[in-house]
Design a protein around this ligand. Structure first.
Ligand SMILES: Cc1cc2nc3c(=O)[nH]c(=O)nc-3n(C[C@H](O)[C@H](O)[C@H](O)COP(=O)(O)O)c2cc1C
Length: 164
């Protein structure tokens, strides 16, 4: 589990494409996540089209650096799942799994928030023509890193409350 203590958000990428096998491994990692009632509400758009990537990078004021990524994952969730109130939480677990797997494969990625901001969700839906039964959740640009970052130690003992 070294990736947990190594992962950082990577926002600059080499042009080298991400191999199809690695993309599948990332998707497998995402879908291995826990979910409420094991409902697995996720679906994933895997965007490699440069024009679409550029359009996605304009769907949020904080997504500009997605433009340089060779692939952008767009995790979505099904509205009609067993416990819809947990769907976005389930997607969070899936995205974290994807980010950790990316790190362990030597790739870099970053979570860019789309849901629950309605305007961003509308924009992403338009770009990818996402059907009404799915809700776009996030953008996750991914590629071989063109920057080096070191994870900071965020452990704060005063935030821990032991109850023995
Ligand atoms: C829900 C969520 C939304 C985020 N949205 C963005 C975003 O829109 N753009 C961006 O560059 N980074 C985004 N990030 C990444 C955070 O900025 C980053 O995780 C945080 O600064 C900590 O840095 P680290 O990931 O390198 O540890 C988001 C992260 C989360 C969990």
């Amino acid at each position: 589990m070294d990736a947990i203590f190594h992962r950082t958000s990577i926002r600059k990428y080499q042009e080298t494409p991400v191999e199809a096998e690695k993309i599948e491994t990332l998707l497998r990692a995402a879908m291995a996540a826990p979910s409420a009632c094991n409902q697995q509400p996720w679906e994933f758009y895997v965007v490699r089209n440069k024009e679409k990537i550029k359009e996605l990078s304009e769907a949020s004021p904080y997504a500009g650096c997605a433009k340089g990524a060779p692939v952008v994952f767009v995790p979505c969730y099904r509205k009609n799942c067993q416990v819809p109130m947990y769907a976005e939480i389930d997607l969070s677990a899936a995205v974290e799994n994807l980010l950790l797997e990316a790190d362990s494969l030597g790739l870099g990625a970053v979570w860019m928030g789309i849901a629950p901001q309605k305007d961003r969700m509308v924009d992403v839906r338009k770009v990818l023509d996402i059907p009404g039964e799915l809700e776009p959740f996030a953008l996750v640009p991914c590629g071989y890193p063109a920057q080096e970052r070191t994870q900071e130690d965020r452990y704060e003992v005063e935030r821990v409350h032991y109850v023995d």
